[in-house]
Design a protein around this ligand. Structure first.
Ligand code: MLC
Ligand code: AMP
Length: 483
C-alpha cells in the first residue's frame, strides 16, 4: 500500500477519474503510474530527481503525477500558458531531469527537449518514498523578484488531506468536481491528490464555465472545489438558470478557497441554490490551515477553525503572540505537519518566513473569535495581488513591462474587482519618440507572453510620469485610489 495513495491499490474496477469523455478506473490509473515509473527507471532517472510536467488537464498528466509520487520523483507542474521569461526562470531554478508533456509537440517550441509521457509497457512497483521526501515543487509569487519554488513533502500532503477529509466528512462516497488548473495547491493537491487519497472519484472539468460545472454536478457530483471568481460567475449563471441552481443546490458541500469569497456572492448563492458555500484558507507553502467544517457553523466571512494538527497563532508586528479570543488583528503564523520543507535554492527566503519555533509567517492579517473562528481581513504586503485566485507579485509584472523597449516607468497595483477579487492595474510612462508607441492591449499582451495570461494587466493607464516621494519611491497608495 502506498502511504500517500492508499486507496489506489484497492477495488481496481472503481472509477477514479473522469475528464471529458475519458473515464479511468483505479486499476488503470495505478497500472499507468507504474508503467510510467518503469519507463523513468529504464531511462536512468533516479528517485529524488525532479521532473517538470506541462500540467494540461488530461488523464496522462494525472497518471504521470501518480507515477512520480509512487517512485519518489518530485513533480514541478508547469502552467501550460506560461510565458517564455517565467518558463526559463522555472526551468533554470528547478533544473528538472526531464520535461514531460502529454502532447510534446504542443510545447516543443517553448521547451527544448520536452518528451512524451509514456504509460504503456512493463510496470514497476517501486518502494514508497519516505514521508519527508519531496512530492511537489510549486512556484509561487512573492512581493519582489521571480516566483519561488515551494517544496512540499509527501507528509505535508498526506497529513493535510486527512485533516480536510475529517473536517468535511469527505469519503469514498463523494464525487468531487473541480475546474481548477493543475499547477497550484487548490486543483492539484486538494483536487487531484485529495480525491485519489480519499478514494472519491474526481470529475475534472478541463475548462471552467458555469454551465460545464453545473453539468458535472448534475452527473453525480457531491463536492465542489472552486475559487471565489468561479462562485461569482456561478451566481450570475444560477440567477438565469433555475435548473442549474437546482443541480448546484443538490451538492453535499460547496467549498471556496484561494481568495476571500465576497459576502455578496455568498449571500446571492445561498439565496439561489439553498445552501451556504463553506470557506477554507491556505497557502502554497502551508497547504490548508483553516476550514469551516461540514457539521459546523457557516459564518459569512469566516474560514473556520484551524484544521486538526495545525497550530495557528496571530502575532503582532514584533511577532509576539496575541492572546487567543481577544479579537485583535494580527498576522497569521502557522506550525504543523502541513508546513512546507522550504523554498528551493532560497535558504534566505525560507529563513525569513520561518522562526526558530517552526512557525511560518503567512503575511495574511486575521482576527480570531472566542470560539476559534478565523477571519482573513487583509494582507501585510500591498505588492501582492490575488486575482481570480492566482497570486501575482506586482514587482514581476513591473519587471516584465520594463522589458518592453517603449516603457520608461511602470507601477502595478491591485484594484477591487467584483469578479476577480482584485484586477491588475498598470500605470506606464512611455519613452518619448519610440515608434510605434504600444497601446494598453499591446502592453498587456507583452506581459502575457513573458509571464502568464493571468498576470497581464486588465487595465493599463498611460501616464506622463509616476508620482514619487522625495526618496524616489513610487507612491502606490496614490495610484491605487479609484479613478
Ligand atoms: C486573454 N488570454 C490571453 C490574453 N488575454 N492569452 C494571451 N495573451 C493575452 N493578452 C486568454 C487566456 O490565455 C485564457 O485562455 C483566456 O484568455 C482567459 O484567461 P484569464 O483572463 O486568465 O481567464 P479568466 O476568465 O479571467 O479566468 C477566471 C478563472 C481563472 C476563475 C477561470 O482565474 C482560474 O482558473 N483561477 C483559478 C486559480 C487557482 O487555481 N488558484 C489557486 C492557487 S493555490 P484559455 O482559453 O486558456 O482559458 C492557493 C492556495 C489555496 O491559492 O488556498 O488554495
Ligand atoms: P498562493 O500563494 O497562491 O497559495 O496564495 C495564498 C494566499 O491566498 C494566502 O496567503 C491568502 O492571502 C489567500 N487566501 C487563500 N484562501 C483564502 C481565503 N479563504 N480567504 C482569504 N484569502 C485567502
Amino acid at each position: 500500500m502506498h502511504p500517500l495513495l492508499p486507496t489506489l491499490g484497492t477495488e481496481p474496477a472503481r472509477p477514479v477519474l473522469r475528464i471529458g469523455p475519458a473515464l479511468v478506473t483505479a486499476g488503470e490509473l495505478l497500472r499507468a503510474g507504474r508503467a510510467h515509473a518503469a519507463r523513468l527507471r529504464a531511462a536512468g532517472v533516479r528517485p529524488g530527481e525532479r521532473i517538470a510536467l506541462w500540467a494540461t488537464p488530461e488523464v496522462a498528466t494525472v497518471a504521470a503525477l501518480v507515477g512520480h509520487a509512487l517512485a519518489g520523483h518530485p513533480t514541478v507542474p508547469l502552467n501550460p500558458a506560461l510565458g517564455q521569461k517565467e518558463l526559463l526562470h522555472v526551468l533554470a531554478d528547478a533544473a528538472p531531469r526531464l520535461v514531460l508533456a502529454a502532447d510534446p509537440a504542443a510545447f516543443a517550441a517553448r521547451t527544448p527537449g520536452v518528451e512524451a509521457i509514456l504509460l504503456d509497457g512493463p510496470t514497476w512497483d517501486p518502494p514508497p518514498p519516505g514521508p519527508d521526501e519531496p512530492l511537489l515543487v510549486l512556484y509561487t509569487s512573492g512581493t519582489t523578484g521571480a516566483p519561488k519554488g515551494a517544496v512540499l513533502t509527501h507528509q505535508n500532503a498526506a497529513s493535510n488531506l486527512d485533516a480536510l477529509a475529517e473536517a468535511w466528512g469527505w469519503s469514498a462516497a463523494d464525487t468531487l468536481v473541480h475546474a481548477l488548473p493543475l499547477f497550484h495547491v487548490h486543483g492539484l493537491v486538494l483536487g487531484v491528490l485529495g480525491s485519489l487519497r480519499v478514494g472519491s472519484p474526481l470529475h475534472l472539468v478541463p475548462r471552467f464555465t458555469p454551465e460545464a460545472v453545473c453539468d458535472a454536478m448534475g452527473r453525480g457530483g457531491t463536492l465542489l472545489f472552486a475559487v471565489p471568481t468561479m462562485y461569482h460567475r456561478l451566481a450570475d449563471h444560477c440567477a438565469a438558470s433555475v435548473e442549474d441552481a437546482r443541480r448546484l443546490g443538490r451538492a453535499r458541500l460547496l467549498v471556496s478557497g484561494s481568495a476571500a469569497l465576497a459576502a455578496r456572492d455568498g449571500e446571492r448563492l445561498a439565496g439561489l441554490v439553498g445552501q451556504r458555500v463553506v470557506e477554507r484558507y491556505g497557502l502554497t507553502e502551508t497547504l490548508i490551515n483553516c476550514a469551516a467544517r461540514h457539521d459546523g457553523p457557516r459564518t459569512p466571512g469566516s474560514v473556520g477553525p484551524p484544521l486538526r494538527g495545525v497550530e495557528v497563532r496571530l502575532v503582532d508586528d514584533a511577532r509576539a503572540p496575541i492572546a487567543p479570543g481577544s479579537e485583535a488583528l494580527g498576522e497569521v503564523a502557522v506550525r504543523g505537519p502541513n508546513v512546507f520543507a522550504g523554498y528551493l535554492n532560497r535558504p534566505d527566503a525560507t529563513a525569513a518566513a520561518r522562526d526558530a519555533e517552526g512557525f511560518f509567517y503567512t503575511g495574511d492579517l486575521a482576527t480570531r473569535s472566542a470560539t476559534g473562528e478565523v477571519r482573513i481581513v487583509g494582507r501585510r504586503a500591498t505588492d501582492l495581488i490575488k486575482t481570480g485566485g492566482y497570486k501575482v507579485g506586482a514587482g514581476e509584472v513591473e519587471a516584465a513591462l520594463l522589458e518592453h523597449p517603449a516603457v520608461a516607468e511602470a507601477a502595478v497595483v491591485g484594484a477591487p474587482d467584483d469578479d476577480l477579487g482584485e484586477r491588475i492595474v498598470a500605470f506606464v510612462a512611455l519613452r518619448p519618440g519610440v515608434e510605434p508607441a504600444p497601446g494598453p492591449e499591446a502592453l498587456a499582451a507583452h506581459v502575457a507572453g513573458l509571464l502568464a495570461p493571468h498576470k497581464r494587466p486588465r487595465v493599463v493607464h498611460l501616464v506622463a510620469s509616476l508620482p514619487r516621494n522625495a526618496m524616489g519611491k513610487v507612491l502606490k497608495k496614490e495610484l491605487a485610489r479609484p479613478r
